[in-house]
Ligand binder design. Structure first.
Ligand code: 5GP
Ligand code: ZN
Length: 114
């Protein structure tokens, strides 16, 4: 996926503040944070959205979820509570079409999100 911004972060062609990495996932800080902790967790392999990730094989979605939780622990927000969000499709606000989990924490998070 030559034109994918997050694929370029995976290959280090584009910079990002990477805070966590596994064999199949990468986590980096959102450039426009919506909370004191706002980290994006992605599979290194390109899948457009959560629907595609759900259909990916060999537990890739599981790896992304596990990495999201590991990031929350590492960031110190797991105790108070944190939110994992997959905006899926333009109608839900997805703007980057390489699936990513937003991990948000470090402040009170209201529900519903609006
Ligand atoms: P979406 O709207 O697709 O759910 O989320 C995309 C997220 O990617 C946004 O929160 C946006 O701030 C973040 N983002 C967009 N471009 C960049 C970038 O170049 N670097 C980083 N670290 N985050 C980005
Ligand atoms: Zn990609």
């Amino acid at each position: 996926m030559n034109d994918c911004l997050f694929c370029k972060i995976v290959t280090k062609e584009f910079p990002a503040e990477i805070i966590y990495e596994t064999g199949r996932t990468l986590a980096f800080r959102d450039i426009k944070p919506q909370a004191p902790t706002h980290v994006l967790v992605i599979p290194k392999e390109h899948h457009a959205d959560a629907a595609a990730l759900a259909e990916a094989d060999e537990g890739l979605a599981d790896d992304v979820l596990k990495s999201a939780h590991a990031v929350a622990v590492q960031e110190g927000v797991a105790g108070d509570g944190y939110r994992i969000v997959f905006n899926t499709g333009p109608g839900a606000g997805q703007t980057v079409f390489h699936v990513h989990a937003h991990v948000l924490g470090g402040r009170a998070l209201t529900w519903p999100p609006g």
